[in-house]
Design a protein around this ligand. Structure first.
Ligand SMILES: Cc1ncc(COP(=O)(O)O)c(C=O)c1O
Length: 445
């Protein structure tokens, strides 16, 4: 596919997508959601072409996966080369160099000047499960603490420590035992008089209070946090917040796990988002953009922790697939050499001033927030009461789609519009997106 420009040639969805939608309803389980009614034919850079020949700008990146852009030639060549050699032996049976090579790249790149080791898995949720297994095995303690507004995946433990009842938890009880939640540093929804920094410290210190009042630290294996909460609504941690959490973990022999699955891989202007907060996690979970759309996740962390489980306790049949690893190797090299973090910051420079202008212009935009190219608008019915406005999110998203812009929502109240463009998106494409967004808000009046 050639990168051209937005081109809408049918109604959305077009007739071919409509026919596929009908077939989908017959055979695909209801719990598998979709946020646009279109089916892709091909994709390149920041463009997606659907089966009806419509070309869209992708502002979702397959939920923060295609940071490197669709159809990156280096990635595709590496994958094709690997396909010609072998596709699976299971690293647990016959090993391959790429597993070791990508691990070497990751231990170098992750923050922390200590010995680290790596394990690979297939999905984000699986990495989270493994980080928790490792923390429990290493500390010999059971409890897991996470945050309100968190998202860590859909497997049982990952779902248990996730927030947002509908759709993630509804009807799936009983949840896992031995978990606890502390408040999210969601400053926009805080109603007191503290500054953002003071509020962040107050939230972090609630963890300390929990350890005094409710949970014996001798029982707590780990705290898991997203360095910028994703599904919960792109909640940027106040300055000092993550650092204070890390201190509390260190003081109480609790493993500090940072979930970089959505915010990592240059998305926020640093290779790992936690670098913005100057913290060095004991364990990091990563996935999504690690392998440019090929299923792969990893846990990277302190060697003594990663080595706690006995041989055979971690991994799985497909964990560390060689095709995915071939992609990951190129992704990492390219992101470092071609300054993808700089690209994320450039996107922010273009988008943020325009989004703040829109906030002044439209009464439904309550908040504009983000770090690098992980940006959201929070919509409200009234700027004073901040009543969440989910309906207008739906209207804006469907207006934009009809004009050729793919956007997705987020937020515990489903009232945020999130922007996760491929980091290779060009300035004029962003300009188009922002113009369409402006029109979409005008159409609400
Ligand atoms: C922060 C975070 N953790 C974990 C996950 C789960 O990843 P997966 O859907 O690959 O299981 C996600 C997915 O959105 C995520 O954003």
């Amino acid at each position: 596919m050639k990168e051209t420009q937005v081109n809408i040639v049918t109604d959305i969805p077009g007739p071919k997508s409509k026919a596929l939608l009908d077939r989908r309803f017959d055979v695909i389980a209801n719990g598998v959601s979709y946020s646009t009614p279109i089916f892709v034919e091909e994709a390149k850079g920041a463009f997606i072409k659907d089966v009806d020949g419509n070309t869209f700008i992708d502002m979702a990146s397959g939920i923060g996966v295609m940071n490197i852009g669709h159809g990156d030639e280096g990635v595709i060549d590496a994958v094709k080369g690997q396909l010609d050699k072998f596709t699976h032996t299971s690293f647990n049976v016959v090993m391959y160099e790429s597993y070791v090579k990508v691990a070497e790249q990751l231990v170098k790149l992750t923050p922390g000047d200590f010995n680290k080791k790596v394990m690979f898995a297939n999905s984000g949720a699986e990495a989270v499960e493994n980080a928790i297994k490792i923390s429990r095995k290493y500390t010999k303690k059971p409890m897991v603490v996470s945050l309100e507004c968190a998202f860590h995946g859909r497997t049982y433990m990952a779902m248990t420590i996730t927030s947002k009842v509908k759709p993630y938890k509804d009807g799936f009880a009983p949840y896992c035992s031995d978990t606890y939640k502390i408040p999210s540093p969601y400053y926009y929804r805080y109603e007191g008089n503290l500054s953002e920094g003071e509020f962040g410290l107050m939230c972090a210190n609630k963890f300390e209070t929990l350890l005094k009042g409710e949970l014996n630290p001798d029982m707590v294996a780990c705290l898991i946090v997203e360095p910028l909460q994703g599904e919960g609504g792109f909640i940027v941690p106040p300055k000092g917040y993550l650092k204070r959490l890390q201190e509390i973990c260190n003081e109480n022999n609790i493993v500090f796990v940072v979930d970089e699955i959505q915010a990592g891989f240059c998305r926020t202007g640093k290779f790992f988002c936690c670098e913005n907060s100057c913290v060095t996690p004991d364990l990091i979970t990563m996935s999504k953009s690690l392998a440019a759309g090929f299923p792969l996740s990893a846990v990277v962390g302190r060697a003594e922790m990663m080595d706690a489980a006995m041989s055979g306790g971690l991994g799985g049949t497909f964990s560390g697939n060689p095709v995915s690893l071939a992609a990951a190797r190129v992704v990492i090299e390219k992101m470092v050499n071609d300054d993808y973090s700089g690209k994320a910051l450039h996107i922010a420079d273009i988008m943020m001033p325009r989004l703040f202008e829109l906030k002044e212009k439209y009464s439904v935009i309550g908040d504009v927030r983000g770090q690098g190219a992980m940006i959201a608008l929070e919509l409200v019915k009234d700027k004073r009461t901040k009543e969440p406005n989910k309906d207008d999110v739906g209207k804006v998203l469907s207006y934009c789609l009809k004009k050729g812009v793919i956007l997705i929502s987020a937020g515990i109240f489903s009232n945020c519009i999130r922007f996760l463009p491929p980091l290779v998106i060009r300035d004029e494409q962003l300009g188009y997106v922002l113009d369409v967004l402006d029109e979409a808000f005008t159409s609400l009046k």
